[in-house]
Design a protein around this ligand. Structure first.
Ligand code: BG6
Length: 461
């Protein structure tokens, strides 16, 4: 038998987000965000036509849900604030939202569950999107104003903040692909969105530090280690470019305080550099993160480009191609590769190239469709596949930590099955099954497993 023990104080828990769990309530002041609008105008894009108003209703059920977290020994939980709920008009604070978030934070603390609060999880308020959203340089001020309100209201009790969850996703899904609103393919606009989001993060960090609160502030990035198809120079270069575009575009400025020179040159070469904001380099350099959250789901398998795209259609994929390794293991429901060692490789990269900054796994999880077929006679979903998925990842994380990785926690995605953007409820990720018909929650076997994992602060295989 092998023991995998984790350090004392290791953070165990799960992540969620406002739009994916809170729901809307009649009479509530929450303003429309891009998801409400996207669903209203394009419901056919959403799995089974289910939009963001159908959630696990955390807004009303948070007390019982926090008890459920406690029941499986969470010592930490991450969720986000809904910008359009806290500041419906972008200016005035919504008192109902303040009451709600205060209650959530206080109940978590009462339950000895450390709240980690994220400011932005894909949900741009619609009135700001109408003015260009992340494309408009005014967004930096608007975001820092929102951040300041949140810090002043909740920063006396929230000791861990993050500015963004996966800031590359709105860029990749909304400006390089047509999945998320505004659904355009335009590399020049994508670069502007990435640049303004990065500066917004740095400005919010500056604002946090000016308030001299006691906690720490970081950012959550989805890191996708890029592996070349072969050892050929061309394939290695392709993997390097994928890493530059999809990881280092946010990782370097967040942790090292500057963009990789090579990325800047490449973007400049194709006349894609955005209009510079005054003092941008100073803002980035002086506002690096205290810690990093890493969401890890899958790697990128990359090879050299076989064809040359037209310049006007340039995207990151103009510089490399993807390939399918015939030996790869795929989660057939989500279509994502399962490659546990990726977590170790990320850890080593942070250790070697990002001054071993403190970090934690802020998301890792397996979305599966039709889990009802695994319900046993006692009504429990026996999700052994999920337990195995987590254990195999944790083994690699454990090894990385033995080798000096500065990792302080592991959060799964997610706690209760939640609404997953375009996929709605197709794939379920939770420790608790959500029955949408009657809003009941039922612990899965993985919930029991997690309870034991935290109790022992590790596991045996
Ligand atoms: C992460 C996001 O990328 O992956 C979550 O932070 C998301 O919001 C999760 O739900 C799982 O992805 P999906 O698309 O299957 O919901």
């Amino acid at each position: 038998m092998v023991h995998y023990d984790f350090p004392p104080e290791f953070l165990w828990g799960a992540a969620s987000s406002a739009t994916q769990s809170e729901g809307t309530v009649a009479g509530d002041e929450k303003a429309e965000n891009i998801w409400d609008y996207w669903f209203k105008t394009n419901p056919e894009k959403f799995y089974h036509g289910v939009g963001p108003s159908i959630t696990s209703d955390f807004y009303q059920q948070f007390e019982e849900d926090i008890q459920r977290m406690k029941d499986i020994n969470f010592n930490s939980f991450r969720t986000s604030i809904s910008w359009s709920r806290l500041l419906p008009d972008g200016e005035h604070v919504n008192p109902e939202a303040v009451t709600f978030y205060n209650h959530v934070i206080d109940r978590l603390i009462d339950a000895k569950i450390k709240p980690i609060i994220n400011l932005f999880h894909f949900d741009m308020p619609m009135h700001l999107q109408e003015k260009g959203g992340w494309e408009n340089p005014d967004i930096i001020k608007a975001f820092s104003y929102y951040a300041e309100q949140a810090f002043k209201l909740f920063g006396d009790r929230v000791m861990m903040w993050t500015t963004f969850n996966e800031p590359i996703v709105p860029v990749e899904m909304g400006y390089l692909n047509t999945y998320h609103y505004p659904a355009v393919i335009d590399m020049k606009r994508a670069v502007v969105v990435a640049y303004h989001s990065m500066l917004s993060s740095a400005k919010a960090i500056e604002t946090y530090r000016e308030l001299k609160l006691d906690g720490e502030i970081g950012i959550i990035l989805n890191l996708t280690p890029s592996y070349p198809k072969s050892e050929s120079e061309a394939d290695i270069k392709a993997a390097h470019l994928a890493d530059l575009f999809y990881n280092r575009s946010f990782l370097d400025p967040s942790v090292l305080g500057e963009y990789p020179e090579e990325l800047v040159q490449l973007i400049d070469e194709y006349a894609l550099l955005p209009e510079r904001i005054a003092n941008d380099a100073e803002l980035l350099a002086s506002n690096t993160v205290d810690f990093l959250g890493v969401n890890y789901y899958q790697p990128r398998r990359v090879k050299a480009k076989e064809t040359t795209d037209q310049l006007e259609h340039i995207t990151p994929e103009s510089f490399f191609d993807y390939y399918e390794d015939p030996n790869r293991r795929i989660n057939p429901h989500r279509g994502w590769e399962i490659y546990e060692k990726g977590m170790y490789d990320i850890a080593m990269n942070i250790k070697q190239n990002y001054h071993n900054i403190p970090w934690y796994i802020s998301e890792n999880g397996m979305g599966v469709s039709g889990e009802e077929r695994f319900i046993n006679d006692d009504g429990m979903i026996e999700d052994d596949y999920r337990i195995e998925f987590y254990e195999e990842h944790l083994k690699w994380l454990h090894l990385a930590m033995q080798e000096g990785a500065n990792c302080f926690g592991f959060h799964t995605w997610t706690f209760i099955d939640n609404w997953s953007w375009l996929n709605a409820y197709k794939n379920r990720y939770g420790f608790y099954r959500l029955n949408l018909e009657d809003q009941t929650r039922h612990m899965k076997k993985s919930g029991l497993w997690f309870k034991e994992l935290v109790k022992r602060n590790g596991f045996d295989t």
